[in-house]
Write a protein of this length. Sequence first.
Length: 243
Amino acid sequence: MPSRLILPPSSSIAGTTAISIAPEELRAIASWSRDLSEAEFEEARRGIAFKSYGKNASICHVGDRLESWTGVAEGLVKMATTSKSGKSATLAGLRAGAWFGEGTVIKAEPRRYELVALRETRLALMRRTTFLWLFEHSAAFNRFLVHQFNERLAQFISLAETERTLDSTGRLARNLAWLFNPILYPDLDRTLTISQEELGMLAGISRQMANQGLAKLAALGLIELGHGSVTIRDLERLARYEA
């Protein structure tokens, strides 16, 4: 399914003008927006547009110039990289509520990773000029960015450990725990609608291995399995699971 651009009011993207995103929608998809001053909030919502992607659609490749700061309004995104030998490694799964790409926007450099929509996905795209204005003028926005950088750094350090020392169930547990990080996803409850296939793609394992791993984690009381969903019962133990 080809990507579809949905332009909000008062944003100019590729020469097209539209009305700004509604205040209530911005607050719903971006927890950081609630701490902004009124002027900062209005600046933020004037600079956001939406773009939709179909299942398995490529959002960007390594080296692409995707200059917008990006939030996941709906859906699920895989952030990954591929080595010269063709081996792919997932860096992060990004569910609704995630915002990412601030380092690339600040440095104005090409993307160093690829992004794939694992299901029907709607992204919120903030213009680089808007992002930089908030970066220069908003203390609340910068506090959010500091926490964001800190959590992402911890996540990628954990990723290096996961790839070297954990089995498939351990990798599955860590990837699940990342999707419930309370700093990155402050608004979300402990239940996520997600398929075994999607979890397998995020953890870099087969659907069958994901099924076996989920059963093992459920037997330990760390999660509860529903029909196409996972509920976290013990996030701390899940994040520390090592088999």
